[in-house]
Ligand binder design. Sequence first.
Ligand SMILES: Nc1ncnc2c1ncn2[C@@H]1O[C@H](COP(=O)(O)OP(=O)(O)O)[C@@H](O)[C@H]1O
Ligand SMILES: [Mg+2]
Length: 279
Amino acid sequence: MLHVDRLTKSLPDGRVLLNGISFTVSRGEFVGILGASGAGKSLTLRCILGLTKADAGSARLVEPDGRSFELTSCTGRNQREARRRMGVIFQGFNLVKRLRVLDNVMIGRLAQIHPLRSWLYGFTDAEAEEAVQALRQVKMETYADRVTGSLSGGEMQRVAIARAIFQRPSLFLADEPIAALDPSNSLAIMKLLQPLSRTTPVLGVFHQPEMTARFCTRVIAIKRGAVVYDGAPGLSHAELEEIYGDELMQVLRPTPPAAPPAGSEPGPAVGLLLPNHPS
Ligand SMILES: Nc1ncnc2c1ncn2[C@@H]1O[C@H](COP(=O)(O)OP(=O)(O)O)[C@@H](O)[C@H]1O
Ligand SMILES: [Mg+2]
């Protein structure tokens, strides 16, 4: 369980970035964070991870066995242990492209084994089998020996999720995990995250309200550093308008049509294909 309590962060010039962010994430929840660009979504995740120090407030992770980590104030060994308890999935995958897929998955637990063992012996057979199992969970087990750099974006994101699964975290944190993917890969990733959340809660930032409405159990909206909505995942148009302001049309943009079948007539040139000309 994650308890975020009145997180506050300001810049030296007085600009308030986070203005008392509070929410909880419990077992069995898949919580989506929505909000316009610059609202403070990533910063909230960074404070939870202890990557940015909040000025005030706290974030506490309570493990199923009752152990508790003060994420905003712990340091050193405690902080490393706390970070290990959180499986992070980013938009940019953060994979080592020259390594095999399986090696990238095993990196998920590198911080948990003694440095001497990682140098001398590497992972045990049981650990390797568990990493393959994590790949199986994201339907990528046949890619285990492939060089990661040769995969597509959707495949890399699946590997990143397998790496987080292999870490056996007590919370998954995802920052725009589908922002760089096409609609069908985005859907596939949401379909992987949803069942994961039943055993380990997922807190993720998303830019697509239609995805959070369909897959999340709850939605939190952040606007100018404050929580302005915390409730059912299906938000009304008026609520979304209030949250996004001028950005609303961007997030509600209809899904682009699939590419025409090979050999069909090319459509009219659009977007970047048009030469710039004064209007
Ligand atoms: N380390 C930082 N130093 C200064 N400003 C920051 C820092 N991190 C984030 N910000 C600012 O805080 C605001 C929220 O950023 P962020 O949480 O990244 O937005 P988003 O909701 O798009 O993820 C933005 O205005 C951003 O410029
Ligand atoms: Mg962000």
